[in-house]
Ligand binder design. Structure first.
Ligand SMILES: [Zn+2]
Length: 157
């Protein structure tokens, strides 16, 4: 009886600890996913479903798309960071050169929403998610595999 009770308690705590997206965040996620080329969008949806079906992974954080399409102007703005503007270099692509600048978009960036509402770019979580993305579609390339400019949040086809 005690064991049943405590496992129920654990279940309830686990359910409470799974990070939940607000309605607005959900709409933003749907809009970003809709920007992706079908093969990449399907791979992401598949990988996310498998992630959320795993009782351990879903407690670690909920995958979210931080960016899919970005305009050439925004790409130029990112390019200036670490060059003519302060901050670390985040891209080697100028406006129009990145896969993020195409629509439908063959690239998307992923992070994880944590239970406390903060975001994580954990290399461990991203590498686990990358395995699911590549399993979903062998055409998916992960920025974490690139030798020169490792870009762990980045996925593309
Ligand atoms: Zn990217």
């Amino acid at each position: 009886m005690a064991a049943v009770l405590s496992s129920r308690l654990l279940e309830r705590q686990a359910a409470r600890a799974v990070p939940k997206l607000s309605e607005r965040q959900q709409r933003t996620q749907e809009a970003r996913l809709a920007e992706a080329v079908p093969s990449l969008g399907a791979a992401y949806a598949h990988a996310r479903a498998r992630w959320m079906g795993d009782p351990v992974l879903r407690l670690a954080g909920v995958p979210i798309i931080t960016e899919c399409y970005r305009s050439a102007e925004r790409q130029d703005e990112l390019y200036r960071q670490g060059r003519s503007k302060p901050g670390p270099i985040v891209t080697y692509k100028r406006g129009g050169e990145s896969k993020h600048n195409r629509l439908p978009c063959p690239a998307l960036d992923v992070a994880f929403l944590l239970a406390d509402g903060s975001m994580s770019w954990s290399g461990l979580l991203l590498s686990k998610f990358a395995r699911l993305m590549k399993a979903a579609d062998a055409r998916v390339r992960w920025g974490g595999d690139w030798p020169r400019f490792t870009d762990r949040p980045h996925f593309e086809v």
